[in-house]
Design a protein around this ligand. Sequence first.
Ligand code: ADP
Ligand code: ZN
Length: 732
Amino acid sequence: MTHSKILRVAVDVPLSRLFDYLPPANAPLPPVGARVRVPFGRRRLTGLVVEHAARSELPSAKLKRADAGLDDAALLSADDLSLLSFASDYYHHPLGEVVAAALPLALRTGRPLYSASEQIVLTLGPDTDLDALARRAPRQAALLALLTEQAPAPVDADTLNRLLAGWRRPAQALRDKGLVRFETAPAEDRPDRVQTIAGPDLNADQAAAVDAVRGTDGFGAFVLDGVTGSGKTEVYLRLIETALNADRQVLVLVPEIGLTPQLVSRFEKRLGFKPAALHSSLSDSERHTAWRRARNATARLLVGTRSAVFTPMPKLGLVIVDEEHDHSFKQQESLRYSARDLAVIRAKRRNVPVVLGSATPTLEVLRQCEEGHYRRLRLPTRAGGAQPPSLRLVDLSRQVATDGISEPLCRAIETQLESGGQTLLFLNRRGYAPTLICSNCGFVAECHRCDARMTVHARHNELRCHHCGARRPIDTQCPKCTGTMRPLGEGTERLEQRLAERFPDARTLRIDSDSMQKKGAMETALAEARSGRANILVGTQMLSKGHHFPALSLVGIVNADQGLFGSDFRSAERLAQSIVQVAGRAGREQKPGTVLIQTAFPEHPFWARLLEAGYPGIAKDALAERRLAGWPPYTRLALLRASAHRRQDAAACLEFARAHLTELRYEELRVLGPVDAPLARKAGRYRLQLLLQSTRRNVLHAALSSLEPRLAESKTARRARWSIDVDPIQLF
Ligand code: ADP
Ligand code: ZN
């Protein structure tokens, strides 16, 4: 009797449990994996049926009935659901919120999977005078150009909203002239047609890597450990072709959106179709379409950032994680998952290979290789004959640096300018200066709401807090002693100013999140950088990742010392990764690359090791140190964070947790803290943390499983905001 069935529903609320409902009246029973609309308190929410049950623990009088089923068939398969519930268990996060993270907004809010959409279709005849139109009605011409670019495919209204604000008026004018047509089209997905174009012949290392993956039956985890420019993408392409030819789908995860256009167009050129893409700068409808096409397998290749790891792909045959070391694969709020780790889990459950590519593999991944769980495939030389860049130190203890740039670095830039080469200056600090200090008494301008210094933004004549966004005018006088306030240290803005003074004829381009706020700014800037029109690039790590700038032959690392004495056990690994990655932008074509590293501590052993043995040497040392000190990857960590307006509330929450964990008496569990978080106060809230450490993952998870419901019920804990971070990457 289907009427006696109970639906167990995951609802997008911060509660770690499922909710029971009676099935909707007079309707077919919603299958497991389908969405239902349910009453929830005074609201109506969209939930997902996770189980059918015979009975509920709730008294029948309290059981409510679901309003309606939203899908005839399951939206998520049993496989998809099992990955989500794994993520929910592993990261100790409510399943309802995990499901929500896996669905595009349109589906989360109850829209149908297939729905009609408004589309604009080009009907342009051959004799339209575009030039004349451009003079009279530039907005109409812009719209026409956009439609022509996409033709014969129509463009939907949602995409136009994103690309061309205020497109409707010019579209109506064009319609009245008979140049375009408005249509309502039912969504119907056409399968991608694969038409591959041959790439370069693989070199021996690339061929060996491809063979290793192809030769694996079922699951296998591979680390493609290839220096920058070694042809990792070529290896991916061959493996993708193999999977596509076997009628399988491929999932490629990439760190950041800035990288995606280049990679996507390279894939498109070689495979003959446009890969489906999933990332944050798409419209909701584009995201919905890409998700749906992946789910019905008409999309053969999906390239996406972090959350794409959850996208249903019934024919999945290969998973690739490019730039595995990148931090953006770990979500730092709400569901704190690692997309890289989930990619491996997903591949394992689907019994397909997964490839993790990087020039600087994380120690976690290298350790898996040591243990024999992952297989390491090396590409030790650059493909296509380019030489590796050479690294040199500039001793800042003997050289004066004006606004951050030393004389040797200046001369090297000059040489580049004379020979037509491009320079990249890397400094992971935006703004003009990180500190405003009184030249008389040493008073430093701080944020009123955070335990942090204000950053000087000279162009806007403002002090800004990079943690909470607070802004105020620059103090000219010290509030303590009326001395003169001066900027101390340098950010990208200051470098840019200095370069303009020193090289007035050079074209300098600053790329950081301040200068790249406008839509499309990043694409324009990258195009200018690639073409070589920009002589000097100044940027934060936005500029260090994955890009290929053909003319770039000098990289200056302006301040490498921040990471040298970091308190985090990952400092050395991170510093080496960021230097090697940014250095890898240099000399990717004919011109050999030089990297100048400015440091006030040239004697620090880190440098000798990096220059002699490169990233592998640093990684080897760091692994040995971590083993001795008992840090990951040799132990497992979880971090319990708490914040509150009153410090004692956050502290009490963590003391409560600590007491509970102590009561458990797990021998192999260490509990450290509570201590202040590295940023002890942010936006007016005090932040503390408690670190859980164990050599055994099971112990850690048992402890968290026991702790979580206790915290959820505790009145003490409720006075603070708390969260659990499993495998945290930001600790100190
Ligand atoms: P990575 O992804 O490791 O940075 P890419 O795949 O982008 O490296 O390759 C770097 C450059 O070398 C690209 O211009 C690419 O076209 C070229 N390349 C890669 N493999 C080969 C090969 N086997 N022969 C010639 N050129 C190659
Ligand atoms: Zn602040």
